[in-house]
Design a protein. Structure first.
Length: 415
């Protein structure tokens, strides 16, 4: 469920007509719903009841400061993958003690900054990162809290580009290798065992792969307990899918209930790193039809948003619903490829969509709140769109549209 619905024949974002937002801020534009973001975050949080837990929102899904700030105000933790994301969280008022740092390729400056601000945990998935972290922690006179991200070798049953929990993926450490590495951490005076981490992929629509991964994690956690290695938490990553079309992923409450059931009363604190399930259906991309073009093969609706604004269709052949902001009856219904102005055949937002369109109409691409703006670029020297956060009947410009000058900021021609 989201707060983008039709009223009196036009699409609203919470209590504001989307057409009014487009009139005030232009197109293309990302529009987010505060109520949806909050509801999704709370759904995860509440599902745990009094079981110790921390929801660490995956910043990569949508890193707008206004979004991070409102989640920080709810008490959210954050899953980051770069120092850039860390600085965003801090700027947005996030608590560094609730930050977990994921990623296969953390640089020294990134580790140092994270040690300096005192994050909750480093999710380590390359053995050499332990050496790097230990040396830096020693230099700085601190201890680095560590979880090993294990690769549970389970099939997430999702798009191959976003499956991360199989042996052949670059992610995680073999479960078989983990025990020795935990001994190494426990023996170090500058590293500290914090927990175990895993993340098996994104847009998962079934609960079983998560439970298989949890089984592997529990097996390891119990093995460690026998060795006298105590863990503070189990981090099960993110990855819960959303409905883009006809998928039926479990609701956050069902997913968490299944995890707690499998945990069977074992008291470890559970960390989750959901991104898409919180932000995905909390946003739309609003775009305007520039031209309707007929070729000998088909009809194209050429819109003012493109693959640089929303990459998912081009990159994963992802399907996202495209709806008219003000449905009209007078235009003929045709099958359109909805394409942008970028010079790539892969520049489409949707293909073969049956719509009644006229030039100048507004369209909304749904489920664009996660991996939309954060994956956007300036390809074809296109300024990136604004991000607008709607809160009831209030419209907050959370990021202004880039200007043409923004496109060459920091560039210099030869003297
Ligand atoms: C380590 C890690 N945590 C969390 C996430 C968030 O995933 P999702 O947006 O699918 O919940 C990702 C991305 O897949 C990730 O790589
Ligand atoms: N960017 C991807 C998900 C990748 C998740 C990152 N770990 C998407 O849009 O579906």
């Amino acid at each position: 469920m989201d707060f983008f619905d039709y009223r009196d024949g036009e699409l609203y974002a919470e209590d504001v007509p989307v057409a009014a937002i487009a009139a005030a801020h232009g197109t293309p534009a990302y529009v987010y719903s505060r109520a949806t973001l909050e509801r999704h975050w709370r759904a995860f949080d509440a599902a745990f009841g009094d079981h110790p837990h921390l929801i660490c929102y995956a910043v990569k899904a949508n890193s707008n400061l206004a979004v991070l700030n409102l989640l920080a105000r709810l008490g959210s933790g954050f899953d980051i993958v770069s120092v850039g994301e860390l600085e965003r969280v801090l700027r947005a008022g996030g608590d560094p003690a609730k930050v977990v740092f994921s990623g296969v390729g953390k640089r020294e400056d990134e580790l140092r900054r994270a040690l300096e601000v005192g994050i909750r945990c480093f999710n380590v998935e390359v053995p050499q990162e332990l050496d790097r972290l230990e040396r830096l922690a020693k230099e700085m006179g601190v201890r680095a809290p560590v979880s090993l991200r294990v690769n549970p070798d389970v099939d997430a049953r999702t798009h191959p580009y976003i499956a991360t929990g199989l042996k052949e993926n670059k992610f995680g450490i073999d479960v078989a290798e983990a025990l020795d590495l935990y001994r190494r951490i426990a023996d170090s005076s500058h590293l500290e065992v914090e927990g175990i981490d895993c993340h098996i992929g994104s847009q998962l629509t079934q609960v079983e792969p998560f439970l298989d991964a949890l089984d592997r994690v529990l097996e390891l956690a119990e093995g460690l307990a026998v060795e006298g290695v105590t863990l503070r938490h189990l981090d099960l990553g993110g990855g819960l899918g959303i409905r883009y079309r006809d998928e039926n992923p479990p609701l956050p409450a069902e997913y968490v209930a299944a995890l707690l059931d499998r945990l069977g009363g074992r008291g470890w604190e559970i960390l989750l790193e959901p991104g898409r399930a919180i932000a995905g259906n909390a946003g739309i991309l609003v775009t305007r039809v520039e031209y309707l073009k007929r070729t000998s093969a088909k009809w194209f609706a050429i819109v003012d948003a493109a693959m640089n604004d929303l990459l998912r269709p081009a990159l994963y052949d992802a399907w996202q619903e495209i709806v008219p902001v003000r449905p009209r009856r007078e235009a003929p219904v045709r099958e359109y490829d909805i394409v942008g102005p970028v010079c790539e055949t892969g520049d489409f937002l949707g293909r073969g969509r049956r719509l009644a369109l006229s030039e100048g109409d507004l369209l909304a691409v749904r489920s664009a709140g996660a991996y939309g703006f954060t994956m956007s670029s300036n390809y074809n020297s296109r300024p990136r769109p604004p991000e607008i956060l709607v809160d009831g009947d209030r419209v907050h410009l959370a990021r202004r549209r880039e200007t043409l000058e923004d496109l060459w900021r920091g560039e210099q021609v030869l003297p």
